[in-house]
Design a protein around this ligand. Structure first.
Ligand code: AMP
Ligand code: GLY
Length: 422
């Protein structure tokens, strides 16, 4: 089978790595891919948003299965374009990807179908939005409606910050069309857990849980990033929580999307907050999370090609998905200045020292090969991932890995997976 994976980050490296283990995968292409992915797949330089070129490439190479990993092409209808051209593709169609593409849509869905989430209102004019926050309490949460690279959420501590955020988004065009509509919601507190799930629109099969670390520095200080590290499983997500989520959140969401005529097929990511009033949905993503995928897929025992085909053919109920009873930790090595501004092109050294270590895998997020040298090519550069019998052992091994690999201006968090909640 010939497979095309669309995307270029650490998540896509983990997906390609997992697919490459399948005896069914004869050849894998990745568009556009990165330096690490090129060791496992043939990288092709096609923009992830270029539906036309992607479809012609898939036709030309007679691709049997396309995996669309990032949010933007999914929301823009990449799966629709492939299917319309008769190519099998994994991921939601645009009418279902809207669950991530519009926060106003997802909030409305949750309200209509009684799925627990923060209270909210939607605004398209800044004066009414400001009037609304004046009557509320602080902190309050202001979100751009559309995709904003994870940066469209502002936690405003006071009226001034809220007004600034509202005016920047609605009047200042800070996130373009994504911010012309804003969701203002109640501030919730509690630890966050990510649960990704496979669904074919009929059944939903959650993967093992994970936790992300969004802030740049230790102790959750610094700016929000795309994610500085993850671990799986979450210590907080026990069987009781899993049952609560299945009953109150996962199944109701799948049913709600069907009822709306927007059947969701692919990976649905539930961003959950464990509040004192129960588990609530913070966000939905229409895809695998990054960097959650880097700790979830190493624990998957089942052939992922089989799962993807079962989802596409709507027979997910018929297959058993097996997970290892172990733990995984991924520590991101980033380039100094990330997430604001950073340089690219530093040489990466030390990877050879990890080549023989079976329990450590390095997923590349932003690298490129240049005349045989591996160079940094992004803010998040590498995700050093270790698998071990439990979280403490995996944390120790991941940091042993981190200590061997470096580049100029490198920084990472030293506390991935360490925080325990009482
Ligand atoms: P989102 O893009 O919706 O996942 O939001 C990004 C991050 O903002 C989340 O992971 C939370 O840490 C935080 N956040 C979003 N919504 C809320 C909320 N209602 N209350 C508290 N924190 C929130
Ligand atoms: N880890 C958060 C995301 O993938 O959006």
């Amino acid at each position: 089978m010939k497979i095309l994976v669309i995307g270029s980050g650490g998540r896509e490296h983990a997906i390609v790595w997992k697919l490459a283990q399948s005896p069914k995968a004869e050849k894998i292409y990745c568009a556009p891919g990165n330096g690490g992915i090129s060791e496992l797949a043939e990288c092709v330089d096609i923009n992830v948003m270029d539906k036309e070129s992607m479809v012609s490439f898939a036709k030309e190479k007679e691709i049997d299965l396309v995996m669309v990993a990032p949010d933007d092409p999914l929301v823009a209808g990449m799966v629709d374009a492939m299917e319309d051209a008769g190519i099998r593709a994994f991921g939601p169609r645009a009418n279902a990807a809207i669950i991530e593409g519009s926060k106003a849509f997802s909030k409305e869905l949750m309200k209509k179908y009684n799925i627990p989430t923060a209270k909210y209102e939607v605004f398209t004019d800044s004066a009414s939005a400001v009037e609304y926050v004046k009557k509320g309490t602080f902190p309050t949460v202001i979100k751009a409606d559309g995709l904003a690279l994870g940066k469209g959420v502002i936690i405003a501590q006071n009226l001034e910050e809220a007004e600034d955020a509202i005016r920047e988004m609605i009047d200042g065009g800070k996130f373009g069309a994504s911010g012309s509509r804003v969701v203002i919601e109640e501030f919730l507190t509690g630890p966050e857990v990510s649960v990704l799930a496979f669904t074919d629109g009929k059944v939903v099969k959650p993967m093992v849980s994970a936790q992300d670390h969004k802030r740049a520095y230790d102790n959750d200080e610094g700016l929000n990033t795309g994610g500085m590290g993850t671990f799986s499983p979450s210590r907080l997500y026990d069987d009781a929580k899993a049952k609560e989520c299945m009953e109150n959140i996962f199944l109701p969401t799948i049913k709600a999307m069907n009822a709306e005529g927007r059947t969701f097929k692919g990976v649905l990511y539930f961003g959950l907050m464990m509040t004192k009033d129960g588990v609530k949905v913070i966000e939905y993503n229409c895809r695998f999370g990054d960097p959650e995928t880097q700790v979830v897929l190493p624990r998957l025992k089942t052939d992922m090609v089989d799962i993807m085909e079962a989802v596409i053919d709507e027979r997910l109920a018929d297959i058993d998905i097996e997970w290892s009873d172990n733990a995984a930790v991924c520590v991101v090595e980033a380039s100094g200045g990330y997430p604001v501004s950073y340089k690219k092109g530093f040489e990466i050294t030390g990877l050879d020292a990890l080549k023989g270590e079976k329990d450590i895998t390095v997923f590349h997020a932003g690298t490129k090969l240049d005349n045989g040298k591996l160079l940094t090519n992004g803010g998040r550069v590498l995700g050093i991932t270790a698998v071990a019998e439990n979280l403490d052992a995996a944390i120790k091994r991941a940091y042993e890995g981190v200590s061997k690999v470096t580049f100029d201006n490198e920084f990472h968090r030293n506390d991935i997976g360490i925080k325990k909640y009482d």
